[in-house]
Design a protein around this ligand. Structure first.
Ligand code: 4AD
Ligand code: MG
Length: 429
């Protein structure tokens, strides 16, 4: 049966409803018991008075944390109660009496919780993060749908590397070598030549040897690619998407953000357009803050943090040195030492959230770059076809979902942003 969702109790004041879920906690004062029920949409307190319903009262005494139950009760408005409503319990059915639950209401260490991630996600904080993640995903889809982008899914098993050969997960594909996708981009470029403006959204994989608070082995990327978009159009699209996502979360997930203790004013402060710094300007900024930094080096996490702290909104860093960027990036016609690529750096020290840019559309140059990067031309023949048959200028980007969730929720570590994190030395549960 479906029952009433806790988030909808407000529509049923004075009525008898059935809610079902799991016992989060209970309290008793001898003559009154309070059962706190969670159903994933909220929590509600059921009130049981011994002398009014002695049988139900005794049954409730047996309840253990996380037992599955069905409660019948009259909805009452109660501003002092969690969620603003209370149930005067008229019926209780135990669906499953839980064994002693390993996660109690006291503090636990991270390893303990990570080993029990399948249970940890039931707690209010993790629940809130999952809801914000879901809203971000939905917002991104709505944004692209409203802007005439077609969803074209990219494959997960691929014959070639997109983001360098050092982070590939290799697999045996019936005797042939294949890899888990690092990014849908190469396929997105083909799809953009088919439908004009496209996006894809799927899991991507990097065999990163780094154990940081920003890296996962498996993460989700929202990627877009558009024919005839130049470098500037691409940045405009990105900032509009990120702004749209933040406004949507502020509008629909305020309670979750509050539960997480997020300083909402920081999110409300972001403004369009986002600031733009060239790589060279960013290097000067770092030096002015006392950092010894050579032109040509890549930014590390501490550098990105220093830069982000100079702005209230996410900030673009564009025109990176060619050497430190991927093979497909188009050189800047005005300065071929740099490429028309940009990273979007999240505020508050959350680091790179988006990588993207304009792609090489010239066949000869692309062939040269493949050779320079020692990538096998055979595996890229289909990709080179895109430059043989109606090549046009085009641009795109990929937004890391978990980094975005991390920033919007202001979490310490990316491991809490994804239901089942895959990290260095962790694939369980
Ligand atoms: O900057 P990256 O490597 O860009 C690409 O893959 C492009 N081909 C995307 C495109 O243009 N279509 O990755 C994009 C984003 C990063 O900015 C970051 O947010 C996230 O993906 N990301 C990771 N997130 C978690 N764990 C990792 N190991 C990540 N690696 C990248
Ligand atoms: Mg990048």
């Amino acid at each position: 049966m479906q029952g009433t969702l806790i988030k909808h109790l407000g529509k049923h004041v004075g009525e008898e409803v059935t809610v079902q879920g799991w016992l989060y906690n209970k309290r008793s004062s001898g003559k009154i018991q309070f059962l706190i029920l969670r159903d994933g949409t909220g929590m509600v307190q059921g009130v049981l008075v011994k002398k009014e319903a002695p049988e139900i009262f005794d049954l409730a005494k047996e309840l253990t944390q996380e037992s599955a139950i069905r409660l019948k009760g009259i909805v009452r408005e109660e501003p002092r109660s969690m969620g603003g409503y209370e149930l005067t319990v008229t019926g209780l059915e135990i669906i499953n009496l839980a064994q002693e639950y390993p996660i109690s209401h006291k503090e636990h260490g991270v390893d303990f919780l990570m080993d029990r991630r399948h249970l940890w996600i039931r707690t209010p904080r993790q629940n809130a993060i999952l809801r914000v993640r879901s809203e971000i995903e939905q917002a991104a889809r709505d944004f692209f749908h409203q802007n005439d982008f077609t969803l074209v899914d990219s494959p997960i098993i691929t014959p070639a590397a997109c983001e360098g050969t050092t982070t590939l997960f290799e697999l045996d594909y019936h005797g042939e070598k294949a890899f888990l996708s690092q990014s849908g981009q190469l396929y997105n470029e083909a799809s953009a030549m088919a439908v004009g403006r496209m996006y894809c959204f799927g899991p991507t994989f990097r065999a990163e040897k780094s154990k940081t608070r920003r890296h996962l082995m498996e993460f989700w990327m929202i990627e877009a690619e558009a024919a005839f978009f130049d470098f500037e159009d691409n940045m405009k699209l990105q900032e509009e998407m990120v702004y749209f996502i933040v406004q949507r979360v502020l509008e629909r997930c305020r309670q979750d953000l509050e539960l997480l203790g997020r300083d909402i004013s920081k999110l409300a402060a972001i403004k369009l357009p986002f600031p733009r710094l060239s790589y060279t300007e960013a290097v000067e900024l770092l030096r002015s803050k006392g950092e010894a930094f050579e032109w040509g080096e890549d930014f590390g996490a501490p550098h990105e943090t220093i830069i982000s702290e100079c702005f209230d909104s996410p900030v673009f860093i564009h025109r990176y040195p060619t050497e430190i960027k991927a093979f497909y990036m188009k050189p800047d016609p005005e300065d071929p030492r740099v490429v028309l690529g940009a990273d979007l750096i999240a505020p508050e020290g959350y680091g790179e959230m988006i990588g993207g840019g304009q792609r090489i559309d010239d066949l000869k140059l692309l062939e040269e770059r493949l050779a320079e990067h020692k990538l096998p031309k055979e595996a890229f023949e289909w990709y080179l076809d895109l430059r043989r048959y109606g090549s046009v200028s085009h641009s795109g980007f990929g937004l890391g979902l978990e980094r975005t969730v991390s920033w919007i929720c202001k979490l310490d570590h990316v491991r809490e942003t994804i239901p089942y994190p895959r990290m260095l030395y962790r694939v369980y549960p």
